[in-house]
Design a protein around this ligand. Structure first.
Ligand SMILES: [Zn+2]
Length: 93
């Protein structure tokens, strides 16, 4: 599915997701039914969600250069794992 953008003379721009190559030059507006001409836009460049784009960029950057933590964050307590009672009877070095 590809998003194609149309512009209604009354309601303004709107888009529709249809199979690639199925976009007509004119489509009826979903709000008022008036025939709207297709607008030629770069695909998905104007509709990118900033938060989603930022998450994708961070995920891609972490593949090659992951952020390294040098210290335990403030407010986090270190806890040791509970000792295994089966090791109590073992000889000590
Ligand atoms: Zn309209």
């Amino acid at each position: 599915m590809v998003r194609y953008e149309y512009r209604c003379p009354t309601s303004g721009p709107w888009d529709v997701a249809i199979p690639m190559g199925a976009a007509e030059a004119m489509r009826p507006c979903p709000h008022c039914g008036q025939m709207s001409p297709r607008r030629w836009t770069a695909p998905l460049l104007l509709r990118a969600n900033r938060r989603l784009t930022g998450a994708r960029l961070r995920e891609e950057a972490s593949r090659d250069a992951p952020e390294v933590t040098a210290a335990v964050p403030a407010g986090v307590r270190r806890s040791r794992p509970a000792p295994d009672p089966r090791q109590a009877g073992l000889p000590r070095p």
